[in-house]
Design a protein around this ligand. Structure first.
Ligand SMILES: [Zn+2]
Ligand SMILES: [Zn+2]
Length: 211
């Protein structure tokens, strides 16, 4: 059975999640800040063994701790192909902010839209550009959950005024959410990159950016 666990860390209060199976294999989603804390409080106590790291996009608060895990657990890092450049820039910002950054930009595994299997984990990558060009959401249909990174939050959406964003990012993000995420069932639980958990149905009705 797949389980989801969450820890909120760092100055940007980013939500880092694990998807784990009953044998301890896990996928780490968005280990951007305080990787040693994530390891000590989430990974080690639950006897998790990271087999992959997925960044919902290339911003430092979601990718800055990846190196700690790619090196300690020999787990590959996955980023959408359109955020690879941004991920490379994260190495520079990692030095500024004192996080480990990423190991080797040439070794990043590329994500693209569509269904994907890693070990026993089966999910769908939904490309939702707008916050960044390569922002993705991870949808687990059987569990009825979606990890939305900085695309969709509780009653909010991601900013579109940061480096690495496409022109017209805000409009593009709203279209991404309406066309891709709002097609999911209402009861789908939304695990965002920051802030509290919500549902697709709630956001469709109450999100002030989208109603
Ligand atoms: Zn972001
Ligand atoms: Zn963020």
């Amino acid at each position: 059975m797949t389980r989801i666990r969450k820890i909120t860390v760092g100055v940007w209060e980013v939500n880092c999640y694990t998807l784990s199976d009953e044998y301890g294999s896990c996928i780490l989603i968005d280990p951007g800040e305080a990787p040693a804390t994530i390891d000590e409080k989430l990974v080690i106590p639950n006897r998790h063994r990271p087999i992959a790291i997925i960044a919902t996009h290339g911003h430092l608060d979601h990718i800055g701790g990846a190196k700690y895990f790619t090196e300690k657990y020999a787990a590959p890092l996955y980023v959408h192909e359109r955020d690879i450049e941004l991920a490379k820039n994260a190495t520079f910002w990692a030095n500024v902010f004192g996080t480990p950054g990423i190991t080797d930009p040439e070794k990043i595994e590329r994500l693209c839209d569509g269904v994907m299997t890693i070990d026993k984990f089966f999910f769908e990558i939904i490309h939702t550009p707008g916050h960044t060009g390569g922002g993705i959401c991870l949808y687990l249909k059987e569990m009825g959950v979606v990890f939305t990174g900085d695309s969709l939050f509780y009653r909010a959406v991601g900013r579109s005024d940061r480096p690495g964003l496409d022109a017209g990012g805000h409009y593009m993000l709203l279209e991404s959410i309406r066309q891709r995420l709002f097609g999911l069932p209402d009861k789908t639980i939304v695990f965002p990159g920051h802030g509290r958990i919500t549902t697709i149905g709630y956001e469709r009705q109450h999100n002030p950016f989208l109603t």
